[in-house]
Each structure stands twice: as structure tokens, then as C-alpha cells.
Ligand binder design. Structure first.
Ligand code: CDP
Length: 221
């Protein structure tokens, strides 16, 4: 069994930064599952497919040509690393992600990231659906105001426009959409909660590594 650490949580909780560092420390692969929803939304926009056409969106998800290489993301041969981080793309991603057909389409693609020696996966349903047998499940969260501030800093750092009040509203709207949808909603489930409101990224990383070391070995390993 290839071990998986599942890190789920609401928007801008810092899952990505923490998950990537945990993966690096363990020498594991890393899956940013949100990127696949963002890329589906972006590809749909580029193809002129509107967000109220589930079967066309499923086709877009099926046809995605994506490469993750050296910290950059390529969609159909174009570097979209910055474009896919816009708030418009995040908003569209959470609309697309509510569609069961799109989620089903992306399932195999996500599971293919499970390669030796292990995987750290972040998203909304890593522990509840995609890797339900993960050896460690973390629900990573922070207070909404802190998350808005983190997203603000991230966007400004990338030279992208940002307004903290709008970000807070967007984040709350996305949280509600992600938690209230019927298809794979964001749930705490059997994950251990890590509130990083008053923690640095490094402290969160160390906490997860400690939990992982204490994990009982999976049966058969
Ligand atoms: O950066 P942020 O946390 O706001 O978003 P993200 O992780 O890049 O994900 C973008 C959107 O994709 C989220 O708002 C979710 O609606 C959706 N998503 C999902 O439904 N399931 C996942 N496993 C990951 C993301």
C-alpha cells in the first residue's frame, strides 16, 4: 500500500503551502487537486463553454492536457501558473466542482498521483472520497479573516489585484458552496483538525510530520 496523507480544508487555509512542504520533507509526490478544478474552469472559459452546461464541462475535464513541471502548470502547452490563481478562476472552479459529472471525470486522474514512495494530496475530498484509505487525514483550517489576509498576501506577491474585503466575501461564498453541495462536500469527517490561525507554515508542517510518524502502519505493510 502506497501511503497517502490527505489534507483537506476551506479556501485559502494554507493547505497548498503546507502540503507541498510536507511532501518535500518526506520525499513524497504532491497532488494539488484544486488545480484540476481551476484548470477545468479555465479550459472551459477558453473554449467558450459556459458554467451551466454539465455535459460539455465533463467533456472539457476529460480532454484536459495538463503538465505539472518544476513548480509550473501547463495547460495545452501554455504556462497558466499565474492565470489559474486568479480569484475569477477560483470562483469558477468552485461552480464547476459542484457538478458530479466533472468530479467523476477527475477521479482517476487524481488517483494516478498515488505513486511510490507516497503522496500528499490537498483539496476538499481527499480524505472523504478520493483517498478514503489515507493513513493520515488532516482538516486544515484558519479563521476567515486570517485566510483572507493570507490570500491577499499571496495575490499581491504574484503581482495580481486584490481587495481584502472582497476576498473575505469571496472566500465565505466559496466555503458555503463547497460545504453545502451534495457532491463530495467539504466535511471534517474522520480527519484530525489543525487550526493554523496562530501558526506559521513551518509549525503546521512539523505538526503533520509528527502525526504521520505516530500513524499506525497500514495493514499488510
Ligand atoms: O486556493 P483555494 O483553497 O481557494 O482553492 P483550490 O484548493 O485551488 O480549489 C478551487 C476550488 O476547487 C474550490 O473552491 C473547490 O470548490 C474545488 N475543489 C474541490 O471541489 N475538490 C477538491 N478536491 C479540490 C478543490
Amino acid at each position: 500500500m502506497i501511503p497517502v496523507i490527505a489534507i483537506d480544508g476551506p479556501s485559502a487555509s494554507g493547505k497548498g503551502s503546507v502540503a507541498e512542504r510536507v511532501a518535500l520533507q518526506l520525499g513524497f509526490h504532491y497532488l494539488d487537486s484544486g488545480a484540476l478544478y481551476r484548470l477545468t474552469a479555465l479550459a472551459a472559459h477558453q473554449a467558450g463553454v459556459s458554467l451551466d452546461q454539465p455535459s460539455a464541462l465533463q467533456g472539457v475535464a476529460r480532454a484536459l492536457t495538463v503538465h505539472f513541471k518544476a513548480g509550473k502548470t501547463w495547460l495545452a502547452g501554455h504556462d497558466v501558473s499565474t492565470l489559474m490563481r486568479s480569484e475569477t478562476c477560483a470562483r469558477d472552479a468552485s461552480v464547476v466542482a459542484a457538478l458530479p459529472a466533472v468530479r467523476a471525470e477527475l477521479l482517476t486522474r487524481q488517483r494516478a498521483f498515488r505513486q511510490p514512495p507516497g503522496l500528499v494530496a490537498d483539496g476538499r475530498d481527499m480524505g472523504s472520497v478520493v483517498f478514503a484509505d489515507a493513513c493520515l487525514k488532516v482538516f486544515l483550517t484558519a479563521r476567515p479573516e486570517i485566510r483572507a489576509q493570507r490570500r491577499y498576501n499571496q495575490l499581491i506577491e504574484k503581482g495580481m489585484p486584490a481587495n481584502i474585503d472582497n476576498l473575505l466575501q469571496d472566500i465565505l461564498a466559496r466555503d458555503a458552496r463547497d460545504a453545502l453541495r451534495s457532491a463530495s462536500p467539504l466535511v471534517q469527517g474522520d480527519a484530525v483538525v489543525l487550526d493554523t490561525s496562530d501558526q506559521t507554515i513551518e509549525q503546521a508542517v512539523q505538526q503533520i510530520l509528527t502525526w504521520y510518524r505516530d500513524c499506525p502502519p497500514a495493514p499488510g505493510t
